[in-house]
Design a protein around this ligand. Sequence first.
Ligand SMILES: CC(=O)SCCNC(=O)CCNC(=O)[C@H](O)C(C)(C)COP(=O)(O)OP(=O)(O)OC[C@H]1O[C@@H](n2cnc3c(N)ncnc32)[C@H](O)[C@@H]1OP(=O)(O)O
Ligand SMILES: O=C([O-])CC(=O)C(=O)O
Length: 375
Amino acid sequence: MADQPVSSTGLRGQSAGSTALCTVGKTGSGLTYRGYDIAELAEKAKFEEVAYLLLKGKLPNQAELAAYITRLKGLRGLPQALKAVLEQIPASAHPMDVMRTGASMLGNLETEQSFDEQQDVSDRLVAVLPSIICYWYRYSHDGVRIETETDDESVGAHFLHLLHGEAPSELHARVMNVSLILYAEHEFNASTFTARVCASTLSDLHSCVTGAIGSLRGPLHGGANEAAMEMIENWTSPDEAERKILGMLERKEKIMGFGHAIYRESDPRNAIIKEWSKRLAEDVGDSVLYPVSERVEAVMWREKNLFCNADFFHASAYHFMDIPTKLFTPIFVCSRVTGWCAHVFEQRENNRIIRPSADYVGPEKSVWVPIEERD
Ligand SMILES: CC(=O)SCCNC(=O)CCNC(=O)[C@H](O)C(C)(C)COP(=O)(O)OP(=O)(O)OC[C@H]1O[C@@H](n2cnc3c(N)ncnc32)[C@H](O)[C@@H]1OP(=O)(O)O
Ligand SMILES: O=C([O-])CC(=O)C(=O)O
């Protein structure tokens, strides 16, 4: 890569295929799912409606949505063999590794036998991923074997119910709904591209999703919401936050939750989750974390013209709902699985194996040296 201009590394700015699912940054800061603006979806839709839109190709009518919600509710149970695997994973494991193992194990137990089953497999994944992470978390941390088949109407409420052992407040269920909508889909981001590359070999859906979870785990992608929380929770006042951020910038450290590969002006998801974070801060009587987060946002803009991406205010929002930091990125998985699966369907519909070329920068010709003569 040494001779490549920085602007073209990481495939930046190059089209790697087409999609009818999503536009990102088309006017510098916009985001649409199948043509619907993210702000409208976050205000008016249920996450399950958005999942339907992405996976089935159109918004459901009332009867279709009711049937879809009932269907998802019926798919929340965990097979005994999967519970047994989850019970083996220590409390010290990273929950994203648990998600990866959970998705992979499910692929052993409920293997996608043909692409005709892809809708069923994706519905099952949407319904069961919250059960997987919460079953492991409650077993490994609290020693309880929870019943994952709740009657909650939404994926978000189901998640919070399993995590906290009681149905969530209306406010928390609402914020989870918005959060899951915001995270559902984002064109050719790293994890989705991973899923599409895997799909392009005609592999199964569980393999595509398992690979995508691995890509989402990193702090430059989905892992940034956890990394942002680990940073801001150390600061007890906006002034301290400002001093620390200036120091980090001086040392050329990356500030997690800021910047974006595609957006140039702002990430449209930020204003939405920020507003909900503010509502939650008021609800819990916070006078530190939200003001600290706002100051970090202001300093980053003033110093570097860098804006918050979707992850930054998700950190405080999730924290205010009493969600342990290490479960932040798994929630992202519970949402993005809809986008991943929809992209796999799209890839399969018009497939050619994804196989780019590389610019070779190694030695021209190497001379073989017998092993006993090597230094
Ligand atoms: C849901 C999501 O996945 S959103 C992304 C979540 N990830 C993060 O929040 C991690 C922090 N952010 C970053 O690392 C980057 O902004 C990325 C990975 C998101 C995008 O990377 P790139 O496309 O390479 O960023 P971009 O080309 O815009 O960077 C321009 C400059 O800003 C700097 N920069 C970008 N983001 C940051 C940041 N968060 N903190 C400090 N400096 C930054 C870069 O180092 C680069 O500086 P340079 O020109 O001196 O090398
Ligand atoms: O698009 C990206 O590169 C990262 C991102 O914001 C997402 O996946 O939601």
